[in-house]
Design a protein around this ligand. Sequence first.
Ligand SMILES: C[S@@+](CC[C@H](N)C(=O)[O-])C[C@H]1O[C@@H](n2cnc3c(N)ncnc32)[C@H](O)[C@@H]1O
Length: 664
Amino acid sequence: MADQNTGFFKKFHDTINNSVDDILRNNFTNLETNEKRVSYLCSLPAVKNYDLTSDLEKCQGGAAFPVQKDMEKARELKNEGNGAVQKGDWGKALQLYSHALMYVPLKETEEASILLANRSAALNHLDQHEDAIADIQKCLKLGYPRHLRYKVLERKARCLLVLKRNREAITAFQDTISALDEATSLDKAKRTKLRTDAKIMLEMLHKGLKLAGNPKDPEPLRKVPPKAKLTGKANVEYPSLSVAVNIDYDDVRGRFATANRDIQAGEVLLVEKPYSGVLLAEYAKTHCQNCFIPCPIPVVCPNCPNVIFCSEKCLDTAQKSYHKYECKILPLIWKSGCSITCHIALRMVLQHNKEYFSEIAKELTTKPPGPHKPNDYKSVYQLVTHEDKRTKQDFLHRTQMIAFLVKLLEICGYFDGKPRDNPSLEDLKTMAVDEKYKDDVAIYGSLVLKNLQLLQFNAHEVFELQCKKPKVGSNIIKHDGTSVFLAGALFPTLSLFNHSCDPGIVRYFCGPTIVVRAVKTINKGEEVSENYGPIFTSVPKDKRQARLKEQYWFDCSCVPCQQNWPLYEDMNENYMRFKCDSDKPCPNVIPVTLDCKEFMVKCGLCQQYTNILKGLKSLQVRLHNEIAVCVAISLAHITHKFCLRIFQFQTVNSYGKAISLCYE
Ligand SMILES: C[S@@+](CC[C@H](N)C(=O)[O-])C[C@H]1O[C@@H](n2cnc3c(N)ncnc32)[C@H](O)[C@@H]1O
């Protein structure tokens, strides 16, 4: 849970561990609820007296604590941006102005407006005219100096011309002419020339419009991210799931997904937004904090220089829920070295206010009636935690983590119900939480502890597929794409799918939304399984089973495990393999050479004959389906920039081939 090499949490953890003697350990062991565990641990003198400040001061890297904007740094970056402009490097200038904007204090509106104006120039040069206009609107709202307004208004007019929004361009040129009256620092000759140019443009525009019969301007382009849709209707009980999938239960497997009709390869079976998701610290300045998409033209947080957003909408969503609290403590989370799982566990509380949890407290322990709502903590609370199988040491280790997270809840203002202005080093001189929050420590600390336990088995990684531009040529089947781990998230309905080493689905992402597609025909009644990591094609059975047992605490008995299917590297391309189909149950796989002329082949193990015609036919259908799925998925990939982990099926070349076809 804590990064072993970096961060101050390791030392805190070791100190507390060393201070817990047998008596304390025994007392802890006898505690039966998460509330009691958290309250007990947080009351230990070793925890309360722990002073975090010296550890924190040693962690120089990363974001600064206490959190504040930094005008000097903003100016430095702006100057570097101006330098890039002089060299004609508009891409670099765009980056530097955006970076500078992150550091401008809220009250410095004029500085922010100048940076936005500069960025609009870069965007204009990069032919991103819609974005340039958006920056100009913002810069005017922020009080861009009146004597300079003619510059941005003229730029806006020219951007509108490129976008063929001629009526709006007329207004912008008229505004430019009015603004030139205020351009006091401009010499007279230059002012006259600009006015004349604008007037010429106005004349031309009026004439053009008249000749064209005064058409309306085209609508501004709206960048609407593509939305994934389920194939067919949604399941009434689980609205993120297709109606083709049920959630069943048995005592060994718990809940799991099954097909309630034949499912074809390529069908979209689940589309789900995360209940909660956290971006890794290293992407905080390149990707949206709220929806994880890359942000070349970021919207910045008004209160901290640490995160960016793709839009005002994402900023607003984050500010109204978790970011108003997290804003001032993010550097502490990052510097602590705590894992992304700990951060999600905390976020799952911060994203709702205390009233929300008080209202639902009584309903938490029973299965919520009605549809399973992915944004409802009551559904999340029902996810597996395997609490009954946990060791006392495991509880102790996790509860120590909570002592730190509870302190964060206090200093960010969560217990007060309103964000604190500026938590400082002074707040970290002791890990003791004020006595007045005693009940809050128990209630919210225990929720974070519960979250940590359920995330262990239910969290998913969010990936971005980063592709180099594919080489174009004849017969290309090579596709260079790397899955990059961006964020961790909890998808409450997907979390009900069990594992198989030969899964029936793939997952990919549209922003933060996860999409699940079938990759093979799944017959009615069969389980719809996902994959938790180890695939039968590349990881030997004993390693797969050991990993699943260690991480997910179950014994895998999927078909490849039961039948001990071979790895790809052990398969010989010169023969096909058919499962022995004899009347006696026989686990053997019969190798058949490609030039075999017989259709009845003898099993070397049970000596019975198997008819391979049926197998050959199903292979043909399956290959055909998989190619179709590949094409569909590849198209989705190109348009949605989705993230996909393509499992290595035997027909892996067909995937590559399909993908390359899409690029040609
Ligand atoms: C993400 S949850 C899956 C849903 C879970 N079965 C439930 O009831 O909520 C992961 C847990 O499901 C169980 N599980 C997953 N795959 C399994 C399998 N193939 N066989 C048995 N249990 C499995 C394990 O207990 C695992 O820790």
